[in-house]
Structures are given as C-alpha cells and as structure tokens.
Design a protein around this ligand. Sequence first.
Ligand code: AMP
Ligand code: MG
Length: 479
Amino acid sequence: MTLDNLTLQTPYLSLDEEFYNLTDPEPLDEPYLISFNPEAAKLINLDSNTSDDPHFVALLNGTFSPKGSRTFAMCYAGHQFGNYNPWMGDGRAMNLGSVNGWNLQLKGCGETLYSRTADGRAAVHSSIREYLMSEAMHHLGIPTTRALGIIGSKTKIIRKRMENAAIVLRLSTSWVRFGTFEYFYYRKEHTKLEALAEYVIKESYPYLQNDDDRFFKMFCEIVERTATMIAKWQGVGFNHGVMNTDNMSIEGLTIDYGPYAMLDDFNYNYVCNHTDRVGRYAYGEQPNISYWNLTKLSEALSPIISKEKMQKKLDDFGAFIYPNAYVDIMSDKLGLAQKLDGDAQLIEDLVVTLHEAYVDHTLFFRTLSRYDGDRTPLYDIAMEPVVVDNWLKHYDDRLSQETRTQPERQKEMLKTNPKYVLKNHMLQEAITLAERGDFSMVETLLHIAAHPYDELPEFEHFAGETPEHHKNLGLSCSS
Ligand code: AMP
Ligand code: MG
C-alpha cells in the first residue's frame, strides 16, 4: 500500500475530551530522511519502498496527513522518581491515529498542551537511540514499541549543546501508561477511570470484553506482562533508566527509550541514568521497581477493582509470578531444558559470580552457549576467572542431569543468547556519523539489530568486549 492509500482511525478520540488535546505538529526546517524501517512498514501494510515517496518525509514532519488522521496528544500523570506529578502527558509526541492494531505517533513534532516549559522537540541523538533500540529489543523477543522511520532537520534546539531536532515515527499497540490511570484517579474522576479501563480492554485485551470480572482480569494481565517484560530485560542485560510510572505500558511493552543501556561488564548495581544519583532505577532494582509501579497502578485502579484481589495478585507477583518468569528466562539462557530443584539457586549464584568476575554480560552467555567442558574460553573473557571456575563446577553437575545432548543444548542456547546487542558505544558511533550527515552506520545497526543471534562475520568487531573507556558509562537524560 502507498501512503496515499493509508487510512487511519482514531478510536481514542471517542473518549471524553479530557483524555487528549487535539493539536497540530509544528514542522521542522529542511527535513531529511535519516532512516526508514521496512520491517515496521510491513506491520501497517506499507510498501517496502515507501521511503522513496516524497510524502514519507512529509508524514514524519507532520505536513502530510494520511486519510482519517487527526493529531492529538494524550494526557497522563505519573510518579517520577517516587514523586507524583499530576500533569504530564505527551509533551512532544502527537498521535496520528491507528491502523492494523498499530497506533502511529510522531515524537518530537512540537509543543502540546502537556509540554510544560519544554520545547516539544527531540534531539537527533536520542531519536536515533530510540529508533534503533526499539527494533533491537523486538528482535531479541522483548515486547516493545516499534519505529517506522526517523527524520533530521536544520531546526536547532538547545540541550547540553545546540543540536538538530529530529522526529521518530513510533508505532505501538497501545500508548496507555500506568500514569494514564493515575491521572484520573488523583483527580477523583472515577467514571473516566472506568471509561479508560473499558478502552484498554477493547484495545489491548479484547478477549475480556464480555467478562464480568474484566477490570480485575485486565489488572492481572498487566501484572503478568510486566513480569515477563522485566524478566526479559534482566536476562538480556537491559537497563531502562527511567522507570517512572508514566513510562510503564499497560501492555507490558518497553516504551520511552531514554538514557537506557545494555550492560557491558555485568554489574548488578549499574545505573545508566547519571541523574539517578541514588540508583533508584539501577539494573538490579528493576524487578523491585516494577512491583512498586504496579502497586501505584493498583492504587489508581482501586475505585473500580477490589483492593484485596489486587493485593493478592501483587503478592503473587513477588512470590512466584516474577521469580518464575525470571527463572524460565535464565534457564533458557543456561540451556536447561528440565526444571529441577536448585535451579533458582544456581541462577542466583551466577548473578553473584558475574558481578564478581568482571565479565561482559552478552559475551559471557554467548561463550557459554558453546561450552563443552573446556573452560578456557570462559576464563579468557573474565577478569576474575577463579570466580567463574567455582560456579562452573555447579553448572557441570547440573548439566550432567540434562537429558538433551550437548549439540542440541548448544543449538538452543545460540538462539537464546544474542551475539549482538546495541551497546552505547556502537550507538554513539552511529550518532556521531549521522550528525555529520552520514547515516550508513544507522543502517548497519538497524541490520545488526534485526539479526542478534546470527554470525555476521563483517561485524565481528561489535561482538567483543566493550572497549575499556566506553564501559558502563552513565548517560544524560537530555534528549
Ligand atoms: P520522559 O521521561 O522522556 O518519558 O518524559 C517525561 C515527560 O516530559 C513526558 O510528559 C514528556 O512528554 C515530557 N517531555 C520530555 N522532553 C520534552 C520536551 N523536549 N518537550 C516537551 N515535553 C517533554
Ligand atoms: Mg515518557
């Protein structure tokens, strides 16, 4: 389908006017294409050569409006670093409408009712980071929003330095956040809370529509999906950095990519967001924080769902929903096909081991995927091989209880433990080149992002240990 035939619908606008604000994008000056993602185009049935259409850049710049589209910003609130902020919303994003179950959104397209004192813009560097990482996460099997394309421009914006503004066209099956419910709860607008729950069920959990207990079951879905998402983050070594409740999706999707990072050397306490001085959103804290965020969601839903039932579900999250999801993910990473007593302990010991061994997270699991009893390759990548040695003794014992053959195990592990993840230094290289007008590395990383488990000999240099001076740095929130 061509862009001229793209027809959008705007079901969100059937909600009361308080849920959104109709607003027009402010186009950027001299927009140009940085990258187009044909994989995401398929999701909304757009032709793979859509970027050749001059309307494509115009679509991202807000000057081409698809049929049926109306642009609007959504309201929401949220707990930011533990404190409630009643007035947030899409401060720099505008929704265009939806097609095929995907809601299209421009990020960085100008001020909205919810911009507060900020400029409604997004810098090229953070936009490239969001564009690439959301695709990488998808291909790693982690629920996430997607991205169709990105444009740059001559429009200057002030961040730590003057930067050029960009716009990303993001796609999501839902843009509703925990904070959307909080917005109406704290304003004591319970009818709207209920209307929002009905909307969420229709959009995200349609199989619950005729269920008398649908609100509670929706909450259960959110709890379970959040557990799965967080377990996957922990498994792959992803640190989100800004797990405020406004950045938590009611579908358990990874949303709003800011100062995120993939772990370099494993560090349980790693904090990618350098403004997070106390480490509230440290890598190792993510499961606890997701629980905290879910309790905030349960408070917001308390006028329409039994508090006791939600509390029981939250207790279950801590007692077994999250722990089981995590053990499942880690067992796959370790190539354990059987479930045996003691596996959770083996995994817990591994976390301590990795923390003490100073070893690259991704490289460790990839190397372990070829483990055949010879420990040398693992010793070679760890700064403290003795620590690894102790754990491997237990791992050997455990493997001896597996019924799968070694080649079968290795094959599965190589499909589970990525060879390539997008580390910050790789993204930074692509950004530096893009800021000079060379977008080739954005394309390269988009390709690598789509093939995390493949051997890509020409990109072998991205599969190794992170160069020392790029390891586990803190990133600024400025975006
Ligand atoms: P974030 O933590 O980036 O997800 O953003 C937190 C809130 O600030 C959201 O309501 C954003 O829409 C808003 N925001 C962030 N950056 C800007 C900006 N440059 N202009 C307007 N609003 C912004
Ligand atoms: Mg956000």
